[in-house]
Unconditional design. Sequence first.
Length: 300
Amino acid sequence: MDEIKDNIEDFREAGKITSKIREESKRLIMVGEPLLDIADTIEKMIYDEGAKPAFPVNISINEIAAHYTPGITDDRVIGEKDVVKIDLGAHINGAIGDSAYTIDMGGENGELVKAAEEALENAIKEIKPGVKTGEVGGVIEETAKKYDFKPIRNLSGHKIKTGLLHSGIDIPNVKTEDDYILKEGDIFAIEPFMTTGAGYVVDTEVVEIFSFYGTGATKMRQTKRILEHILREYMLMPFAERWITRKFTSRLIVNAALKEMLESQLIIGYPMLKEAEDGIVSQAEHTVLVTVDGCEILTK
C-alpha cells in the first residue's frame, strides 16, 4: 500500500483545534468534577469544532501516567490534592494534533508540573533537521535532573503520520543512542513525563482503550458488526470501550466482542500505565512540524 502523503494544512488545522480545546478544557478541571463528564465534554468540544477525537481523552491522575480514559460506569471525581494530566487530540482527515497538560489541584506539586513544561520547551528548541532523536531525549533528561526529578524512561514522544498516532519513531525522555535524524516535514509529538518515583511505568490490568491491529476471523455475528463499525469510524485510531458500548447499548455484547477480537489479534488493548513506585507523574506535550531551520509548534 502506498504511504499516504501528509497534508500539512490539515495538520495545522487539527493542531489549531487541539490547542483551542486544550485551553478551553482547563476550566473543566475542578474538585469534585466526574472524570467521565470531563472526557465526554472534551470529546464533544472536538466534534463541535468540526474535527474528531484522535484518541479517547486520557485523564491520568497522580501515579497514573497514561492510557486511562474513564469507562462508561466510572464514578471517580477529581480530588482536592490530585495531580491531573489531560491528554487530548483532534484529527481532520487523519491529520492529528496531540497535546497534554497537567494541573496540580492541591498546589503541592508545582515544581513537578513546571519541570515537565520546561522540558517540553527545551526539547522544542532542539528540534531541527539533522538532530538525532536521542539527543532530544538528553535535553529532557537534563531538565529533569535540574529539578531533581526523574523522566519516565519507558514513555516517549512519537512521530505522527496521517492516520497513525504512533508511526514507529520515538523521541525518548532520556538520552539514548537512537539515531533517527530529524528531517524537514517530520511531525512529532514531544511528550516529557516527570516523576517523583522510580522513573518508569508498569502495566496495570485496567484496559479501556483499544485500536485495530490486523486481519483475522470472527465467529460471533455481533463481533463482525462491531468490527465493521470500528474500521469505518476509527480505522487505525485508538477508541474507547465506552464509545462502542454507547453505540451498541449492551456492555455484555461489547465485552464479548472485544474479547474475541483481542484473542484473534484483530485489535490490541492499551493497559493503563502507572509509575512503578507510585510516584506522582506530570506531563506536557505539543505536536511540532520540523521546518528548514527549526520547527513549527502546531498545537501552540
